[in-house]
Design a protein around this ligand. Structure first.
Ligand code: NAD
Length: 497
């Protein structure tokens, strides 16, 4: 296929590299000729690097390099050798993009398909500026394009089916995975990603724990490659914050997508993360970044008697089962969308020595202990020592309905279920997009199935009941599947045409 890539910045050069490596012919252009020259050199260097690493053969690299050419102007007509497809990756400005496409529409034949790599603009609105809106679709790549194997294909309201098919086929035959996504704010990956970061901010707002502790729990208990605050430092809080706002306002202030008041001042102060040297963590010479040392709680008594409710918890603590603690034993209670405080009140437990343990953390290398304001200091140190006895790390957090990992997971699953419920993407595509695009260990719907859909619904209901916050209202997608005993990945029922 002959592809014209317009915009030779970060994304354009990545798309060009990906396309020539897959055997296509690419003509690259930009408003700034020096950007094109730079990009051509960059792609050449990347191809050489792939050869050096044994990922690409010499002949293939030479062929790929010779399939890439520089175009003087994005609007060149090239009579007789017009491109089959134009992929636009210019600055994220609707006017600039619309002007480019209307210009291209004047010089290129009607059969040339147009694709935009926009991350946040409406594909439909952009198409509406064209004489033929049916020829345009979104083709949303991720950075770095050759490594991020996911591409969202986004039809606008008027996009022709044949255009969607052509783009899907192009992506699939060039080694990446295509998912079809409705033209909605954040498309799929940027929408699904709100689950983790909005809940992480909610936990920070409520002073449940500091950002480093929250990151450690997300990493070790949920198995995420990096915690939400480390991730935001990498992406840039300016970018994350703008995506949070776009998705939230785009979905008419849906409770489940609500951003935090904490971002505005941090962005204004330039605490964007790695790129400004300071975000949640400090970067640069002599700074630890996200690898800040973990606080150690020492001096507790690992042999303190413990009573625990729940078999699993009792087994791990080597404890007596039951919460009938007439003695000085610590009382450990598992919480599931509920709080330790509520368990104390409901069970008449001794408030000064009752602590919570997140059952999700029991199978992980890090156990999470929740403390209430009624707990005596010695009880915290002793409980940490007991939980750390077999070499586990322990993080202490303040008591909240649902512990940290539960709340993060519940939010990730509920946001993904909202995407499925609205028909924005098919359940399997949601899971593929999140694992490839966000690097989570499981797709959110498959994750719900691992934990149990009914348990996830219970968790959300408990959170909603104890906090009164509508952000935890379980998605009807999950509730329905829990009622029916079906996996969360079950597609919607087909309706007659
Ligand atoms: P960038 O700033 O690196 O590159 C943009 C390029 O477009 C520049 O070289 C600029 O000279 C050129 N340009 C500006 N106006 C032009 C015009 N009228 N005609 C031709 N060229 C023009 O930006 P980027 O990060 O590559 O982003 C490009 C697009 O991709 C944006 O729409 C962005 O939202 C989207 N996107 C970015 C990422 C990312 O992680 N950077 C990921 C997915 C999508």
């Amino acid at each position: 296929m002959r592809i014209r890539v317009v915009g030779a910045g970060t994304m354009g050069r990545g798309i060009a590299q990906w396309a020539v490596t897959a055997g296509h012919t690419v003509e690259l252009s930009d408003a700034r000729p020096e950007a094109v020259a730079d990009a051509v050199t960059f792609v050449g260097t990347m191809l050489e690097r792939a050869v050096a690493k044994g990922r690409l053969g010499r002949a293939e690299a030479d062929r790929a390099r010779s399939a890439l050419s520089a175009l003087e102007s994005p609007l060149e007509a090239r009579t007789g050798a017009a491109p089959d497809l134009v992929v636009e990756a210019v600055v994220e400005d609707p006017e600039v993009k619309a002007e480019l496409f209307t210009g291209l529409e004047r010089v290129l034949p009607a059969g040339t398909v147009f694709a935009t790599n926009t991350s946040s603009l409406s594909v439909t609105a952009l198409g509406a500026r064209l004489a033929d809106p049916g020829r345009l679709a979104g083709l949303h790549f991720f950075n770095p394009v050759p490594l991020m194997r996911l591409v969202e294909v986004v039809p606008g309201a008027a996009t022709r089916e044949s255009v969607v098919e052509l783009l899907t086929e192009l992506v699939a035959s060039s080694g990446h995975r295509a998912v079809t996504v409705a033209d909605t704010p954040g498309f799929l990956v940027n929408h699904a990603g709100r689950g983790l970061v909005t809940e992480a901010f909610a936990l920070l707002e409520e002073s449940v724990a500091g950002h480093a502790a929250l990151d450690r729990i997300a990493r070790d208990v949920l198995g995420l490659r990096m915690g939400p605050f480390t991730l935001m430092d990498l992406t840039g809080l300016d970018v994350t914050s703008s995506v949070m706002e776009t998705v939230w306002t785009g979905f008419r202030h849906a409770d489940r997508l609500r951003p935090s008041y904490l971002t505005a001042n941090r962005v204004a102060a330039g605490l964007h993360g790695r790129k400004t040297g300071r975000g949640f963590y400090a970067y640069g010479d002599g700074e630890a970044g996200a690898e800040v040392p973990e606080p150690r709680i020492e001096g507790g008594d690992p042999a303190r008697p413990v009573r625990a409710s729940g078999e699993e918890l009792a087994a791990l603590a080597g404890a007596g089962q039951g919460t009938d603690a007439g003695d000085d034993a610590l009382v450990l209670v598992p919480t599931w969308g509920t709080s330790v405080a509520a368990a104390v009140a409901a069970g008449g437990l001794p408030a000064d020595r009752t602590l919570g343990v997140d059952p999700l953390s029991l199978d992980s290398p890090r156990r999470v202990l929740a403390v209430t304001p009624a707990v005596r200091d010695t009880a915290v140190g002793d409980a940490v020592a007991v939980l750390a006895r077999d070499g586990h790390a322990v993080t202490v957090v303040r008591d909240t309905a649902g512990s940290v990992a539960q709340r993060l997971l519940a939010s990730v699953v509920n946001v993904a279920a909202g995407i499925a419920e609205r028909g924005i993407a098919a359940p399997q595509d949601i899971d593929v997009a999140v694992t490839l695009g966000l690097g989570y260990p499981h797709g959110p719907l498959a994750w719900a199935d691992r934990v149990g859909v009914a348990r996830i619904v219970d968790l959300l209901r408990n959170l909603q009941a104890e906090t009164g916050d509508p952000r935890y209202r379980p998605s009807p997608w999950l509730v329905q599947r829990a009622h029916l005993g079906l996996p969360a990945t079950t597609p919607a029922a087909p309706l007659p045409e």
